[in-house]
Design a protein around this ligand. Sequence first.
Ligand code: NAG
Ligand code: NAG
Ligand code: NAG
Ligand code: NAG
Length: 231
Amino acid sequence: MFGLSLVVALLLSVPTFAQVTNANLLPGTWSTGSGAVLTGPGFCTPENTTFNYPQNTGVSVSFTTDGYYELARYRFKSNATKHKCITGVLNWHHGTYVVDQTADSITLNPFGDGYQQIQNVCEAVTNFIENYNQTEFYPLYQIFQDPTDGYKLHLFDSTGAPYAPMFYKSATPIMNPTKSLRNISSPVGTGSVKVQKRNAGDTTYSPASAGLTVLALIVTLAGGVAGPLFL
Ligand SMILES: *[C@@H]1O[C@H](CO)[C@@H](O)[C@H](O)[C@H]1NC(C)=O
Ligand SMILES: *[C@@H]1O[C@H](CO)[C@@H](O)[C@H](O)[C@H]1NC(C)=O
Ligand SMILES: *[C@@H]1O[C@H](CO)[C@@H](O)[C@H](O)[C@H]1NC(C)=O
Ligand SMILES: *[C@@H]1O[C@H](CO)[C@@H](O)[C@H](O)[C@H]1NC(C)=O
């Protein structure tokens, strides 16, 4: 009896998400959670290779109707052996994007002027900024419409796992100018090359591959309230 009413209560409380995946819905600005991280000049100043620290972690992506994107991330990565040794990563890049409308995949091709800042609270040596020029491939995206939150964008990684969903924040994309904004003195290639050091240190970091770690952490913290899969 109790079990049945619990199931009924759960069913009633599950919002109905209508999947409306359609590339025409991508243009605009999307952001996770409360929207603490938004693309555009509020997040960083490319000409000076600097960031403005957001109030909270998150990820934001913007798309234009004519093929340009911008991406902003502020993440913490926990250390499995030393739990206090959290690494913070601020990451920014922009360029052009391609949607494969058969596979519903998205490829982000950066201009080459992206950069990221890495900070590890336990290691005095890790606080530096490096160039970032990695093509990011998301093999699947889905857009859902929910009666309360409106459109939600889900990006998936190569294992089929979802990143934290992003909510539709602005129909007009909030973006820096869609052209290269920094002069890179030497080629970045496709990887990450350090450009400024606050201290000595030579760690490099790939936030794209660290996404799952961070998502898992968020899910663990919020699991009791928000459910296991989509926050
Ligand atoms: C970039 O740095 C220069 C020199 O510190 C400063 O004058 C300028 O205002 C900065 N630009 C922005 C957009 O903050
Ligand atoms: C965890 O922290 C220790 C000590 O700072 C460091 O040696 C190790 O590389 C860190 N591990 C990861 C995965 O960052
Ligand atoms: C890059 O350098 C060229 C030539 O020195 C200059 O014309 C251009 O304005 C610079 N671009 C940026 C974004 O600083
Ligand atoms: C960025 O990577 C692309 C290949 O993905 C390459 O064509 C381009 O030259 C790179 N840009 C820089 C500044 O190294």
